[in-house]
Design a binder for this molecule. Structure first.
Ligand SMILES: *Cc1c(COP(=O)(O)O)cnc(C)c1O
Length: 378
């Protein structure tokens, strides 16, 4: 099956007792057994729930994975992946990383004895020279947040395989519609389903997909043992969102391309960061690795100050000032004071994260309204 068909049908079947076309919300904590340990595949809802199973099968289908495991949030999914490792293990990751991932790695797992090296992954030499005998995982995020750099998943996965290291990709910004890391050689792909998969800013969730049996077994053990499970209602909302993933992302990308082009011609605007612009340093790689360029745009102002950015953001009417991304509605945010505020100014500016940098999650509204909203705010 092709992607657009899988988004509707992968792992989905008509409910047996009633013929319901949609998977029911199985709101139960436990399941009747015929005799001890003789049951229909479910014994307790921390371990498994049919609504969750439907979602796991659907996400596995979208990522071309053998299996997917769903979690209560994106960070819970990452937490479970990190618990596959042990004190002394080393992980290489990107220096342009989702703030919550950075906090999880440095504040939770470093104190437990797992070490992390943060590098600019757009140059593979930075990875190669930091590999040690203890390196167990390379954690990729692409496109990166908020600078939208694009990292070569295939090249890094090849290097990792050579060295017996696992590769994991946080695929949240791209969504499986635009990028399928396992098909590029990665071992693990992870999502905050809160974003494009859910797509309507009404539910928090996370998922990990893989065809590596050992990885899946360890993640299922985590679900059972640490219990960061999503509820059936949350799984249902995410299932419902995924059905329109392809059409939503397509429209969002179409809008983002037009908006990015328009932004590059505005006298008040400094630099525009969008992989779809031919001026983007990894434009060619994005073209090869992704089906299309995504719907996240960042830009700076010629007047590079927090005040100028704040003024602009308080004036938008269609773009809502909020964290998060990937919903049908357009959002605007300010990384320097919101998601990346804890990073010192000099460090931020070294990576290109300027005070006036503004991040847009472009939704599916009419492009004319999106452009005129930013225009009046500028
Ligand atoms: C939001 C996000 C996460 C964390 O997911 P939650 O569902 O908020 O826990 C991880 N990675 C990226 C890239 C994200 O945008």
């Amino acid at each position: 099956m092709k992607f657009n068909t899988k988004a509707i049908h992968a792992g989905q079947k008509t409910e047996e007792t009633s013929g319901a076309v949609m998977p029911p919300i199985f709101q139960t904590s436990t399941y009747a057994q015929e005799a001890p340990n003789i049951h229909k595949g479910y014994d307790y809802a921390r371990v498994g729930n049919p609504t969750r199973t439907a979602l796991e099968k659907l996400i596995a289908g979208l990522e071309d994975a053998d299996e997917a495991v769903c979690f209560a949030s994106g960070v819970a999914a990452m937490d479970a992946i990190m618990k596959m490792f042990r004190p002394g293990d080393h992980i290489i990751t990107t220096n342009d990383l989702y703030g919550g991932s950075y906090r999880l790695f440095t504040k939770v797992f470093e104190p437990y004895g797992i070490s992390f090296t943060f590098v600019d992954m757009t140059d593979i030499e930075n990875i190669r020279e930091n590999i040690t005998d203890n390196t167990k995982l390379i954690w990729i995020e692409t496109p990166t947040n908020p600078l939208l750099r694009v990292v070569d998943i295939r090249e890094i996965s090849e290097l990792a395989k050579e060295k017996g290291i696992l590769t994991a990709v946080d695929n949240t910004f791209a969504s499986p519609y635009l990028q399928q890391p396992l098909n590029l050689g990665a071992d693990i792909t992870m999502h905050s389903t809160t974003k494009y998969l859910g797509g309507h800013s009404d539910v928090i969730g996370g998922a990990v997909a893989s065809s590596n049996k050992d990885v899946i077994e360890k993640l299922r053990f985590q679900i059972k043992t640490s219990g960061a499970v999503p509820g059936p209602m949350d799984c249902y909302l995410t299932l419902r969102g995924i059905k329109t993933l392809a059409v939503r992302v397509e429209r969002s990308v179409e809008n983002a391309k037009k908006l990015a082009d328009w932004l590059t011609n505005q006298p008040e605007v400094g630099k525009v960061y969008y992989p779809g612009l031919s001026s983007h340093p990894q434009h060619q790689l994005a073209k090869e690795q992704m089906k299309d360029f995504g719907a996240m745009i960042s830009f700076s102002l010629k007047n590079d100050s927090i005040e100028a950015a704040t003024k602009l953001m308080s004036k938008t009417k269609v773009f809502t000032l909020a964290e998060s991304l990937g919903g049908v509605e357009s959002l605007i945010s300010h990384p320097a004071s919101m998601t990346h505020g804890s990073i010192p100014k000099e460090v931020r500016e070294k990576t290109g994260l300027f005070d006036s940098l503004i991040r847009l999650s472009v939704g599916i509204e009419d492009i004319d309204d999106l452009i005129s909203d930013i225009k009046q705010a500028l």
